[in-house]
Design a protein around this ligand. Structure first.
Ligand code: HEM
Length: 324
């Protein structure tokens, strides 16, 4: 879907959107709420954790597995495939031999696992997204076996690591801007705007690619038909013409009668992120729970490192001390 143009894109997107609806997202709310609380209980008990391992990672993993009908006992295997496939989105020349091997292994493992799961859902549909993908029909059309497999890969790769990074990058921005953290604590109604600001300030996906379909000139640059174009989202988000004082993290930026220019963290146009509402719902619930349950939250080190990745921007770990 991500790499097709109309009419192929229109057809695929219509079929998948018919299965992945706002109701699908709404049904996941109770799960996200209870998971967030359970993970915070365990983290508070420990007092010092890597917030990614303890909170930001397991929740989006549970959500994507629930969506696709993967049982909890297979979650960790599935998560490891997700990371390997996502790492594998970068150009091959940036990947180590081990990363290339992990990607190949994940591709094989994923295909075998989902071929089986799709067959099971075909025989006995349940109420998960996979069952709806198997049965969805649009004007007599349906998804082929390989389209279904590719859609499952896309949902995992597009929806797992990105959501981890939104939550972890966002919490880091709050910890580095204590005034903004206090503002948000004092007025939880700012959470929606805060999540948008997190997406603008430190976007989980840093670029998107396009190919010029015809000779064209954009902002004074000439592109010939067939040229590749890299749209650097992280850079657009620091454009002072679009966002006043763009290097300032401001949780109120997206409130008020004249909210700031919308961000492009979820892309734009026909490929606009299909999971945007789900990702925002997860982040809003997680952030609300974190601020409600955790009174004291502090980094235990200033030396943070980022995972090697050109496309996704995410921390290796987020070590914190926390108490209720
Ligand atoms: C914070 C989390 C997320 C971010 C930052 C994000 C970002 C993006 C971006 C930038 C695109 C457009 C790429 C392009 O135009 O080339 C996109 C597309 C897409 N995303 Fe997300 N995404 C997130 C979460 C999710 C989730 C949770 C799902 C589903 C479970 C998802 C599914 C998709 C799909 C299917 C597309 C392709 C749409 C199309 O090609 O028509 N994303 N996402």
């Amino acid at each position: 879907m991500l790499r097709t143009n109309p009419p192929a894109h229109t057809r695929l997107r219509a079929l998948v959107s018919k299965a992945f609806t706002p109701r699908t997202v709404a049904h996941l709310r109770p799960l996200v709420t209870s998971q967030a609380d359970a993970l915070l209980d365990a983290a508070l008990e420990k007092g010092e954790v890597d917030l990614i391992e303890a909170f930001a990672r397991p929740l989006p993993l549970r959500v994507i597995c629930t969506l696709l009908g993967v049982p909890p006992e297979d979650e960790e295997t599935f998560g490891a495939w997700g990371m390997a496939l996502s790492r594998g989105l970068d150009p091959d020349y940036l990947l180590t031999a081990a990363e290339l091997a992990q990607r190949a292994e994940a591709t094989r493992g994923f295909a075998a696992y989902f071929t089986e799961l799709i067959a099971q859902r075909r025989a006995a549909p349940s109420d998960d997204l996979l069952s709806r993908l198997v049965t969805v029909q649009e004007q007599g059309d349906s998804l082929t076996e390989s389209e279904m497999l590719e859609t499952c890969v896309l949902l995992l790769v597009a929806g797992y690591e990105t959501t981890i990074n939104l939550v972890a990058n966002g919490v880091l921005a709050l910890l580095r801007n204590p005034g903004q953290l206090s503002l948000l604590r004092a007025d939880p109604a700012l959470t929606v705007s805060a999540v948008d600001e997190m997406l603008r300030y430190d976007p989980p996906v840093h670029w998107a690619g396009r190919v010029a379909l015809e000779d064209t000139t954009l902002a004074g640059h000439r592109f010939a038909a067939g040229d590749g174009i890299v749209i650097v989202i992280g850079s657009a988000h620091r454009d002072p013409e679009a966002y006043p004082d763009p290097d300032r993290f401001d949780v109120t930026r997206f409130t008020g009668s004249a909210p700031a220019t919308r961000h492009i963290a979820f892309g734009f146009g026909i490929h606009y992120c299909l999971g945007a509402a789900l990702a925002k719902m997860e982040a809003e619930i997680m952030l609300t729970a974190l601020l409600r349950r955790v009174r004291n939250l502090a980094l235990t080190t200033d030396r943070l490192t980022y995972r090697p990745h050109l496309l996704a921007r995410g921390l290796e770990t987020l070590p914190v001390r926390l108490s209720a």
